[in-house]
Design a protein around this ligand. Structure first.
Ligand code: URA
Length: 439
């Protein structure tokens, strides 16, 4: 087989065979197919798309490009969770412990933040001493002993995704539906859990800007994941404004802990309970949605979910005193409350503007490998649908240096839009997709 022929066939809009796709993916990892040819092929896929069977073949080939985790006796109760990425998304730190406290085994591999979206690993690393770089042996042992692991993707799982994603990043080919589907699912297939609950974000603070685009991605993830033999549930959730009040790293861990104590924001609690209940049902621990929801709620209100997070932090070498007292998390030296210049109802709080601003301030990274400052963030006290009077607190800045203040204040004020008419509080969960039943 020659790469140039496979590229030409895709360029001309032809359907590739599973053998051609497998050959190309193998060549991407072995180095037999050159980066410039892979890049040309990615652009051809971006422009011509892929049929469902090509996407399934690509997902399988990428998952099989490395090791596939064998969860052994843990598999029947193991459920993975993944978010397509958003602003203020600390849901894994809440839903994971709730599901685990209800009896689900959660062996979760997470990513780092890139661009305007945050990453669970960066948030977790706000906890002094906590290790996310676990070996496969450590992941399996902790899954068995604690039931909850959040670690980084190990290099031997789906290595083709690492290779292809790095090329997509620099060739303007990230935003292709079949490439996104195969990238997300190949890592989840390699993670070994038989069930996967996906949270596809829709809005200005997400890859998918509209509910329609997010629904298309959710549907494709369910169809391809099911064809690869996994049970996949995909929720679509709102990302036009940040999730919860806190955006940053240490401030989001603080908010996750508060939510596990029963004091967090309503949208974080609602989405976390919905996702945890889906995980409980996937694990076969409840027959009905209502029963799964009751188990998730009980795991939260009893404090067992908080205890589960503490056990995970301890197992991964982190300082558990921050779970009992989140004020021990790294604190920003500069705190400033910004007050509302206008009275009225909040009509919009643009998550995209919030994400890019906080990234520019150092809470996130613009390119892979950039350092981040875990202390930087903001707390949004007023969100869409809330009424605010002139001069009432709007948001609080957590910054490293005084000279960041005016940039942060001006940019984040631009994220807000006010209305003189009442505005509804938006729903956080806006769609749910599961495998279609045969007629
Ligand atoms: N998340 C991924 O893991 N891969 C993509 O391509 C996009 C989002």
């Amino acid at each position: 087989m020659r790469a140039v022929d496979v590229i030409a066939r895709k360029r001309d809009g032809e359907e590739l065979t599973a053998e051609e796709i497998e050959w190309l993916v193998r060549g991407s990892v072995s180095g037999d197919v050159a980066d410039y040819q892979l890049s040309a092929w990615l652009m051809a896929v971006y422009l011509k798309g892929m049929s469902p069977s090509e996407t399934i073949a690509l997902t399988r080939a990428m998952a099989s490009s490395g090791r596939i985790l064998d969860l052994g006796e843990l598999a029947p109760r193991a459920v993975d969770k993944h978010s397509s990425g958003g602003v203020g998304d600390k849901i894994s730190l809440v839903a994971g412990p709730i599901a685990a406290a209800a009896g689900v085994i959660v062996p979760k591999m997470s990513g780092r933040g890139l661009g305007f979206t945050g990453g669970t690993l960066d948030k977790l690393e706000s906890i002094p001493g906590l290790r996310v770089g676990l070996s496969i042996g450590e992941i399996l042992e902790q899954a068995r002993n604690v039931g909850l692991v959040i670690a980084s993707q190990t290099a031997d799982l789906a290595p083709a995704d690492g290779k292809l994603y790095a090329l997509r990043d620099v060739t303007a080919t990230v935003g292709s539906l079949p490439l996104i589907v195969s990238s997300i699912l190949s890592k989840k297939l390699a993670g070994g859990a038989p069930s996967i609950v996906l949270d596809v974000k829709a809005g200005t603070g997400a890859f998918m800007k509209t509910a329609g685009e997010a629904e298309q991605l959710a549907r494709a993830l369910v169809d391809v994941g099911s064809a690869c033999g996994r049970r996949v549930i995909a929720l679509v959730s709102a990302m036009d404004q940040p999730l919860g009040k806190a955006v940053g790293n240490a401030v989001e861990v603080d908010e996750a802990v508060e939510t596990l104590r029963g004091r967090g924001p309503d949208d974080v609690r609602e989405l976390a309970l919905t996702i945890a209940a889906e995980m409980v049902q996937c694990a076969g621990l409840a027959e009905t949605e209502a029963k799964a929801r009751d188990l998730a709620r009980e795991a939260l209100t009893s404090g067992r979910a908080l205890a589960k997070l503490r056990a995970m932090v301890e197992a991964q070498g982190g300082d558990t005193s921050v779970i009992d007292d989140p004020s021990r998390l790294p604190r920003a030296p500069i705190r400033e409350m910004v007050r509302s210049p206008v009275g009225g109802f909040i009509a919009r709080l643009d998550a995209g503007v919030v994400g890019t601003t906080l990234t520019a301030l150092g809470a996130g990274r613009e390119k892979k490998g950039d350092p981040i400052d875990h202390r930087i963030g903001a707390i949004f006290h007023r969100k869409v649908g809330d009424r605010v009077e002139v001069d009432e607190p709007l948001f609080e800045l957590h910054l490293a240096r005084p000279e960041q203040t005016s940039f942060a204040r001006e940019r984040l004020l631009q994220a807000y839009h006010w209305s003189q008419e009442p505005v509804d509080h938006p729903n956080v969960v806006i769609g749910r997709f599961a495998q279609r039943r045969d007629p």
